[in-house]
Design a protein around this ligand. Structure first.
Ligand code: NDP
Length: 264
């Protein structure tokens, strides 16, 4: 029986064990997946080996620690500086980032999207913006404060703070901040969102399992919306594919994870 886990702080809310255990059962892989509360990111590697793991997912706030813990990084994880999936191969830890490709897959269902406004410039936005751009989307980033925008600006993105964006026309607006996760905050000032949302074709919040104030506001403009469940599933499918060395049909894995999430 191979062991897998998700490291995070907090981690109690995580649905990853339900998703992965359901997929293991469905495809007949002998694996078990559990949660590990990790306070000190510097202990990640030690905990990985002490628990006898074959692979792990890493969530907030340890994705940079997972990057540092990796012996080998795939090209994409190296370029974004954050790892959310670790796989043990011949005693070495291989680091991957499946969040950004998972997000990309999760928005495929929205049609006629050319321009995207990302609200937030944290780890997830930093990883996602380049992959969206490479796929052909025109990406603009709006963040509460300036420092996190610097790197994105250097990469050629249009970036704004709340003070510098007055209004705009964007097909898809995405909340990639943590506003609304544990509070009732909007990710940007309401007056600004009220100018932008009427011009949009869809809105997404990557927070999952609840209707955030942002999604509630977007619905007032009759926009198609989705929460972060789809991204969670898609990043999980890609991680599962790494954990099991690409041997299973990913549609079967996806269906198993989706039904586990719906029923948990
Ligand atoms: P980070 O901590 O790296 O970044 C947080 C971002 O949110 C920063 O841009 C910060 O702005 C902004 N922010 C925080 N609070 C507020 C606020 N009250 N108003 C406006 N902006 C705010 O977070 P991550 O990128 O790791 O995660 C972001 C969110 O995405 C989290 O809620 C996380 O749970 C979710 N997530 C979901 C996934 C899924 O599979 N569905 C996968 C990964 C993440 P500033 O720079 O000014 O501080």
């Amino acid at each position: 029986m191979k062991k897998f886990a998700i490291f995070g702080n907090p981690v109690e809310h995580s649905k990853s064990p339900n998703m992965h255990n359901s997929a293991f059962k469905t495809v007949g892989f002998e694996g078990e997946y559990f949660k590990i509360l990790l306070e000190d990111g510097n202990k990640l590697k030690e905990e990985f080996f002490t628990n006898g793991l074959s692979g792990a997912n890493i969530t907030v706030p340890h994705k940079e620690a997972a990057y540092r813990a990796s012996d080998y990084l795939d090209e994409f994880a190296k370029s974004v500086g954050a790892v959310n999936s670790l796989v043990l191969k011949e005693g070495k830890l291989y680091g991957y980032n499946t969040d950004a490709p998972g997000f990309l897959k999760s928005i495929e269902k929205f049609k006629d999207i050319k321009t995207i406004l990302l609200l937030g410039a944290g780890g997830t936005a930093q990883a996602t913006a380049p992959i969206l751009k490479n796929t052909g989307y025109i990406v603009t980033i709006l963040n509460r404060s300036a420092p996190r925008l610097e790197k994105l600006k250097k990469q050629g993105f249009q970036t704004y703070t709340f003070e510098s964006l007055k209004d705009g026309n964007f097909d898809l607006i995405v909340n990639m901040t943590s506003a609304g996760l544990k509070d009732k905050n909007l990710p940007a000032p309401k007056e600004l969102l009220k100018k932008i949302l009427p011009n949009a074709k869809a809105a997404v919040d990557i927070i999952y399992g609840k209707e955030t104030p942002f999604l509630k506001l977007a619905k007032e403009y009759n926009l198609p919306t989705s929460d972060g469940s789809e991204m969670l599933i898609q990043q999980g499918v890609l991680a599962f594919d790494y954990f099991t060395n690409h041997q299973f049909d990913l549609k079967t894995v996806e269906d198993a994870m989706r039904s586990a999430l719906v029923n948990s």
